[in-house]
Write a protein that binds this ligand. Structure first.
Ligand code: C2E
Ligand code: CA
Ligand code: CA
Length: 458
C-alpha cells in the first residue's frame, strides 16, 4: 500500500505517461515507426527488468544522446529531411553498436543505449562507457548527405554507470537524463556522467525517499547488533543481549547511519513499512538465537519510532509477527522515547498495557533528554531506563551530568527499574559508572554495533 502511495506522491517522471498505454498490440507499441528501433516504452520495460534481475557483478551503463539544435534543422530544412537524418543516424548507431548494446529511440531527437560492460570496477566501466559515448558522438558528427546536401550535427550525451538492483527504473532514466541536462547546459557537444556523490544523489527529498523506498524493498537494509553487558554477582561482565540498529547499505554512498534517514522515514510515513521490516528481521534473529548455545538466553532490544508506535497497524503487526515467528516475547525489549509517552498519554497507555500483556519488555531510550515525568514511570510499568550517552560522555568532566546519572540510578532503585548506561567508550567511564552502582552497560568499550556475521563469535 505504502509503496503505491509514495510512488504516486514522489514520482513525476516524464516517462510515466507511457505506463498507461493499453496492453494490446504489444509489439507495435514498443517499436518506433520512423526508425524501427525499440522505443521509450521498450526502454522502460528493459530498465524494469534490470531493476528486478538477480544481482550481477558487472557494471552496466545507460547513455542518453540528444541531438544539438535539431529543431533548427526541422524548421529550416523541413520535417522530411529531419526524419531522414534520424533514420540515417539510427542505422549508423546500430551498425556501430552491433551486439554491444541495445539501442532505443527514446524521444524525438533522443536515442538511448543500454550497454552491459564486462567490468566489475566502476572506473573501468566508466572508461568503457565514455569510449562508447565518444564513438557515438563521432558518428553523429560525420557528415550526413541528404539530397546532395551535407549536414554536420553534434550531440550531447548523459551517462549513468550502475549495477543492477541499485536503482529503480525511474531513477536510472532520471539520473542519466539529469547528466544529459548538465551536458546541454555546459555548452552542448558534451558528454557528462551522473555524479554519484551524496549531495547529488539525495539532492531532493523526493529522490531521497524514492531511494529509501527502493532500499527497503531491495535488501539494502541490514540490522546491526550491539551487545549489552551486565555484571554478574562476582562482578564479572556477561553479555545478556543486544540492541538492533539499522544500517542502509547504499550501493554508491556506502553505509548510511540511521540518524540520516530515520527522521525522513518518519516524516514521510515510510517508517511504517521500514519499522515492520525491522521488527520482522529482529524477531527472526531472536528466534535463531534460541538454537545457539551461547545466545539462547539473550534478549533483543528494538528501537520503536514514535510514528511507528502511534500508527494503528503497530499492535496488530506486532501480534501477527509474534504468532508467525513464535519467538519469546519476554526476550523482546522495545526502546521507546519519552516524547512518545507524553504526546498522547491516554492512547499510548492503552497500547503499552497491551504490549505488557504480551510479555514484551519496555525501555525508555535516551532517558533524561526529554520531558521526564516521574508520574508516567509509575503508571506505565516501564522495565528499564537507558541513560543517554551524552551524560556518560560528560560525566567525568561535568558534576551536573554525574549528578543526573546518580539521580537516574536512584530512580531505578526506587521504582525497581533496570538501568542501562549507553555510550561507554573508556575504562574510566565504566569504572565511574560501576562506582555509582550501575550494573548494565552498552558502548564501544565492549563492542561496536556489527553485522550478524561478526556477532556470531561473541
Ligand atoms: P539510539 O537508540 O540511542 O542508539 C544508540 C546509538 O549510539 C547507536 O547509533 C549506536 O551505534 C551508538 N553508540 C553505541 N555505543 C556508542 C559509544 O560507545 N559511543 C558513541 N559515540 N556512540 C555509541 P546509531 O546506530 O547510529 O543509531 C542512531 C539512532 O538511530 C539510534 O539511537 C536510534 O534512535 C535510531 N535507530 C537506530 N536503529 C533504529 C531502528 O531500527 N529503528 C528506529 N526507529 N530507530 C533506530
Ligand atoms: Ca536505542
Ligand atoms: Ca539511546
Amino acid at each position: 500500500m505504502y509503496r503505491n502511495v509514495l510512488r504516486r506522491a514522489i514520482v513525476s517522471w516524464k516517462m510515466k505517461p507511457c505506463l498507461h498505454q493499453p496492453a494490446r498490440n504489444r509489439l507495435w507499441y514498443r517499436i518506433d515507426p520512423l526508425t524501427h528501433l525499440a522505443n521509450r516504452i521498450a526502454l522502460h520495460e528493459a530498465l524494469m527488468r534490470i531493476e528486478s534481475a538477480p544481482a550481477r557483478p558487472q557494471y552496466q551503463a545507460l547513455l542518453i544522446l540528444d541531438l544539438d539544435r535539431f529543431r533548427t534543422i526541422n524548421h529550416t530544412q523541413g520535417h522530411i529531411t529531419g526524419d531522414r537524418i534520424l533514420i540515417e543516424l539510427a542505422s549508423r548507431f546500430q551498425h556501430l553498436l552491433g551486439t554491444q548494446g541495445d539501442l532505443y529511440r527514446s524521444g524525438g531527437d533522443e536515442f538511448s543505449v543500454l550497454y552491459e560492460t564486462p567490468f566489475h570496477e566502476e572506473s573501468h566501466a566508466k572508461d568503457a562507457a565514455l569510449f562508447l559515448a565518444k564513438k557515438l558522438s563521432y558518428v553523429v558528427s560525420s557528415a550526413i548527405t541528404i539530397d546532395h546536401k551535407s549536414f554536420r550535427l553534434s550531440a550531447s550525451i548523459g551517462i549513468i554507470v550502475f549495477k543492477n538492483r541499485s536503482y529503480s527504473a525511474e531513477h536510472l532514466f532520471q539520473y542519466a537524463d539529469s547528466a544529459l541536462f548538465r551536458a546541454k547546459e555546459e555548452g552542448k557537444n558534451t558528454i557528462r556522467f551522473f555524479q554519484s556523490d551524496f549531495q547529488t544523489h539525495l539532492e531532493s527529498k523526493a529522490v531521497f525517499l524514492e531511494q529509501l523506498l527502493f532500499a527497503v524493498e531491495n535488501d539494502q537494509m541490514e540490522l546491526f547488533y550491539q551487545t549489552q553487558t551486565t555484571l554478574t554477582c562476582e562482578n564479572a561482565p556477561r553479555i545478556y543481549g543486544a540492541e538492533a540498529l539499522i544500517r542502509w547499505h547504499h550501493p554508491h554512498i556506502g553505509t548510511v547511519a540511521p540518524n540520516r534517514f530515520i527522521p525522513l522515514a518518519e516524516e514521510s510515513g515510510l517508517i511504517i513499512p521500514l519499522g515492520h521490516w525491522i521488527l520482522e528481521h529482529a524477531m527472526r534473529q531472536l528466534k535463531a538465537w534460541e538454537n545457539d548455545p551461547d545466545k539462547h538466553t539473550w534478549r533483543l532490544s528494538i528501537n520503536i519510532s514514535t510514528k511507528q508506535f502511534e500508527h494503528e497497524s503497530f499492535l496488530p503487526s506486532v501480534c501477527a509477527l509474534l504468532k508467525r515467528i513464535a519467538c519469546d516475547p519476554r526476550k523482546i525489549c522495545f526502546e521507546l522515547t519519552e516524547s512518545l509517552l507524553i504526546q498522547d498519554a491516554k492512547k499510548a497507555l492503552r497500547k503499552i498495557f497491551e504490549l505488557k500483556r504480551l510479555g514484551i519488555l519496555l525501555s525508555i531510550d535516551d532517558f533524561g533528554t526529554g520531558f521526564s515525568s516521574l508520574s508516567y514511570l509509575r503508571r506505565l510499568k516501564v522495565d528499564e531506563l537507558k541513560i543517554d550517552k551524552s551524560f556518560v560522555r560528560r560525566m567525568l568532566s561535568s558534576p551536573v551530568d554525574r549528578t543526573i546519572i546518580e539521580t537516574i540510578l536512584t530512580l531505578g532503585k526506587r521504582f525497581n527499574l533496570a538501568i542501562v548506561a549507553e555510550g561507554i567508550e573508556t575504562q574510566a567511564q565504566f569504572q565511574a559508572l560501576k562506582n555509582l552502582g550501575c550494573r548494565s552497560f552498552q558502548g564501544y568499550l565492549f563492542h561496536k554495533p556489527c553485522s550478524i556475521a561478526s556477532i556470531g563469535s561473541f
